[in-house]
Design a protein around this ligand. Sequence first.
Ligand SMILES: [Zn+2]
Length: 265
Amino acid sequence: MLATPVFGKDGRMTREIPEDEMKVRIDLAACYRLVDFYGMADLIGTHISARVPGKDDEFLLNPYGVYFEEMTASSLLRVNMDGEVLDESNYSINAAGFTIHSAILGGRPDINCALHTHTTAGMAVSAMEEGLLPLTQTSMQFYKRLSYHAYEGVASRDGAEAECARLQEDLGTKNKAMVLRNHGLLTCGANIAEAFLGIKRLEHACEVQMHAMAMRGEGQTLKLIDDEVCEEMYQTYENRGTQRSDLGWAGHLRRLDRMDSTYRN
Ligand SMILES: [Zn+2]
C-alpha cells in the first residue's frame, strides 16, 4: 500500500464531501493513476481537472507535488475560476495547470474534464509543423477535429492569463482534443472516462506516427488514408458518443482495484 496524502491540513477532514462530488473525485483520482499506469505521467508535472458537480465555476485539480501513482480522491483540491484553493491542504496547485484548466473548463460548459500530458510521442508530434497525420484508424477520431495551440512559454509566466482566451479560441466550440505545440497533448470530455479514452487514443496515434516516420527509409513515403474514408470513420466514432468510453471505464476501475484501491480514499 502506498502512503497517501489525505484531505485537509495535517490530514484532518475539514468538511463533508457530497456524494456526487466524491464520485467525481474517485474517478479523477483513478484517471491520474491510469495515466501513470499507461506511462503517460511526467513526474509531478502535468494535470487533469474535473468540474465539481453542480458548480459551474469550481473544479478539482491535483495537489502539486503528489505523484500521479499516489493520487487519492480526498486529496484533490477544489479551485474556483479566480484560482482560489477552496480546500484546506498542505499542498497548493500548479499555476500553469490552473491557467490551462480554467481556460478549458471556463470556456466550454459541455466539458467537465480536461487532461494534459507531456509524453515523448505527444511532444514529438507537437513539434511537427504537419501535426497529427491520418496514418491509422486510431487517428481517424481526430480527423480535422484536432486543435492546435501555439507555444507561448510556460503558462504560469507573468501575463499568462491572456493566454486563456487564445487557448479557448484554439480549442473552439466542438473539438475535444488539442495539440499544445512544442509542449504536449490535451484532451477533454463530457466526463472523465471520455477525456481518458481520448488521451489514450491520441497518444497511441502519436506513437504510431513517431514509429512510422522513424521507419521511413530513403525514397519511402508514408501511406495516408483517403479524405473520404477519414471523414466516414470520424463520423463512426462520433456517433457512438461517450458510449465507448463509458463501456470501458468500470473495467479500468476494476483493474486499479486489483492493483491498489487506495485511489478511492
Ligand atoms: Zn504542460
